[in-house]
Each structure stands twice: as structure tokens, then as C-alpha cells.
Design a protein around this ligand. Structure first.
Ligand code: NAD
Length: 337
């Protein structure tokens, strides 16, 4: 059997990273029927938009997409492709694992966190206005439906991936109604998983301090949009930065997997950029498809190549190219499956 997957190579370094990632995925022995869709800078020139409808239709049809980074043209009036996809496909959960890797310089060597961020409401609902010349108001929306949906996603992720604990992060001591509703919703969902997954909650400021001091105490975190945005970068920083950070945007009927970093235009076409984040995003895609063994094989192979240090890209202190790194990971995957 093979999986039909939309592939958006993206701009800048995106196409090279996508090719390296396809080589790694091919090494798992799983079949992929790639539906390649261009989006971004190239389609602005030819189709007048960075996100043509055919791209959204392809993802709707296949239910799954692997996406390279896309350049957001400054001041052009085009909305970000990422925001467009999130809205069109109702990708309500943003998932970012942050796990230490030997060979990537960072403060700790035992961090293993998964940040699950609500992606549709909170202060990012975009409801804000000026109140006269000297004041502005931004409205924070929290609903039980969206809060329960994200909490359930976090618990299901924990169950599927053998994680022990979910921590809900909030500021319900101050925002008693909005964050209070988020916390209450998470507690209601947690009750359904009692005995299977532990549950606790933390106030967001305390959470930040604890993550910096004792990240090993935490496992899966579930957060409203704004705290999730901030804490996921904090967690990426704990394991060596955005360059190796994978991500997923999940909806009820579609999911888009992509690296956290951008299109790094200055390295485009030079066989220089590090494909780790896209390769690990592809591993997240395999987990989502239920292909856990293949996902683990790719994660272990990537970690192995980085720990070994002989075939790593410039940003990890090596001289290997994108292609060579991808081939080294693929070689290890092939040997392990
Ligand atoms: P960037 O992530 O592209 O680059 C930041 C720095 O990290 C640069 O020095 C870059 O060379 C380096 N870098 C990034 N990815 C790398 C990799 N895989 N290997 C080695 N080095 C890497 O961020 P930026 O410069 O702020 O943004 C460039 C463009 O990307 C902008 O147009 C921005 O809007 C877009 N962007 C897109 C996404 C996305 O599509 N998800 C995310 C962030 C930024």
C-alpha cells in the first residue's frame, strides 16, 4: 500500500530539504504517492497568489501534507501561506516536540517535551480595535469546545506515543473566566484518562521558570494559543534552537507537517542547509499515520548521524551538504528496518 501525500517543497532551501527528506522516507520501504504542489514566491508570479486553491484542494483530498518553508513577502499584501492553510483547513492543534540531541549544543542533555498549542482562538483570534487615539483593546476568546478539543488531542497523543503526563498551562489565577474555562475544560477531559495518563496544571510564569530549571519534570504540555506560541520557542531553545525543530499542524480532516525554521534564502540552491527539521517533521507525519516503527527508525537514524558528527551540515559544525546528510540518515534507516 502507499500513502497519497501532498508535498509542498516551498521556497529558498525548501526544495533541497524536500528531496533529502524524500530519500529518507523512501528508505523506510513505505510507499508514497507524492502529489507535488508549488506554493509561495513562484506561484505569485504565475498564478497571482502564494496559496492557489489547488494546494488546499490537494491537502483536503489527501488529508496529509509535508511542507517546506515559504517566504512571506514583506509588505506585498499577501497573507501568510501558513495562516491561510491553518484557517482554510481548520488546523486546530500545533504540535512541537522538543527533545535533546547529542551533537547539538544546548544547556541540557535530557529534555523530552511535546508542546501542544491551541491554534484557533485566544488573543490570536484577531479581534482588536482602537478605543480612541490613545488606547487599544484586544479580545481574548476561549471556548469550551476548542479547549476540550485541544486537551483531548494532547491526551490522545500521550496515549498513542506512550507518554506519562499532560500538564495544562494557564493563568487562571488572574484571568479567572477565560483561562479558568481552559483549565476547567482540560480537567474535564483529564478525568476521562484517569489511571492512564497523569494530569497536573501550572501557571504559565511558574511553568517558564520550571522549564528553564527542571525541564525533565515535564512531558506533554497543553496550552492556549499565546502561551503555546511563547513556550514552544522556549522549549526549542532548551534543545538547541529552531534549526532542528519539527512541527505539525493538525485538524479534524487534514494535517500539515513542516519545520519551524524559514526559507533561509541566502543558502538556497547551495546544498548547504540542514534538512533535520523537515526529516523529523516527516517522522511526525509517520506517527500520525500510525507508522510508529518507521517514525522511530527515522528519528533514531537522524539522532545517530548528528551524534556521530561526521556527516553533519555547517550549522552543526560539519562540512556535509544537505544531500549527503540525507543519504547518511537514509543509510541508517535502511540498515534498521
Ligand atoms: P530563517 O529560519 O529562514 O533563517 C534564520 C537563520 O537560520 C538564518 O541564518 C538561516 O540561514 C538559518 N537557517 C534556517 N534554516 C536553516 C537550515 N535548515 N539549515 C541551516 N541554517 C538554517 O528565518 P528568516 O530569515 O527570519 O526568514 C526567511 C523567510 O522565511 C522569511 O520570508 C520568513 O517569512 C519565512 N519563514 C517561513 C516559515 C514557514 O514557512 N513555516 C517560518 C519562518 C519564516
Amino acid at each position: 500500500m502507499s500513502y497519497a501525500v501532498t508535498l509542498i517543497p516551498g521556497d529558498g532551501i525548501g526544495p533541497e530539504l524536500a528531496t533529502a527528506t524524500q530519500v529518507v522516507l523512501g528508505a523506510t520501504g513505505i510507499g508514497f504517492d507524492w502529489d507535488v504542489q508549488s506554493a509561495g514566491e513562484a506561484t505569485i508570479a504565475t498564478e497571482g497568489t502564494p496559496l492557489p486553491d489547488r494546494v488546499i484542494e490537494s491537502i483536503r483530498r489527501n488529508g496529509i501534507a509535508l511542507k517546506g518553508p515559504i517566504t512571506t513577502p514583506v509588505g506585498s499584501g499577501f497573507r501568510s501561506v501558513n495562516v491561510g492553510l491553518r484557517q482554510a483547513l481548520e488546523l486546530y492543534a500545533n504540535v512541537r516536540p522538543a527533545r535533546s540531541m547529542a551533537g547539538v549544543e544546548s544547556r541540557y542533555d535530557d529534555v523530552d517535551l511535546v508542546i501542544v498549542r491551541e491554534n484557533t482562538e485566544d488573543l490570536y483570534a484577531g479581534i482588536e480595535h482602537r478605543v480612541g487615539p490613545d488606547a487599544a483593546e484586544s479580545i481574548k476568546i476561549i471556548t469550551r469546545a476548542a479547549s476540550q478539543r485541544i486537551a483531548r488531542y494532547a491526551f490522545e497523543y500521550a496515549v498513542r506515543n506512550g507518554r506519562r503526563k499532560v500538564t495544562a498551562v494557564h493563568k487562571a489565577n488572574i484571568m479567572k473566566l477565560s483561562d479558568g474555562l481552559f483549565l476547567e475544560s482540560a480537567q474535564q477531559v483529564a478525568a476521562e484518562y484517569a489511571g492512564r495518563v497523569e494530569f497536573e496544571d501550572r501557571i504559565v510564569d511558574n511553568m517558564c521558570m520550571q522549564l528553564v530549571q527542571k525541564p525533565d519534570l515535564y512531558d506533554v504540555l497543553v496550552l492556549p494559543n499565546l502561551y503555546g506560541d511563547i513556550v514552544s520557542d522556549l522549549a526549542a531553545g532548551l534543545v538547541g534552537g529552531l534549526g532542528v525543530a519539527p512541527g505539525a499542524n493538525i485538524g479534524e480532516s487534514a494535517a500539515v507537517f513542516e519545520p519551524v525554521h524559514g526559507s533561509a534564502p541566502k543558502y538556497a540552491g547551495q546544498n548547504k542547509a540542514n534538512p533535520t527539521a523537515l526529516i523529523l517533521s516527516a517522522a511526525l507525519m509517520l506517527r500520525h499515520l500510525g507508522e510508529t516503527d518507521a517514525a522511530v527508525a527515522i528519528e533514531d537514524a537522524t539522532r545517530g548521524v548528528i551524534a556521530d558528527g561526521e556527516t553533519v551540515t555547517y550549522d552543526l559544525g560539519g562540512t556535509a551538504g544537505t544531500r549527503e546528510f540525507g543519504e547518511a540518515v537514509a543509510g541508517r534507516v535502511r540498515a534498521s528496518v
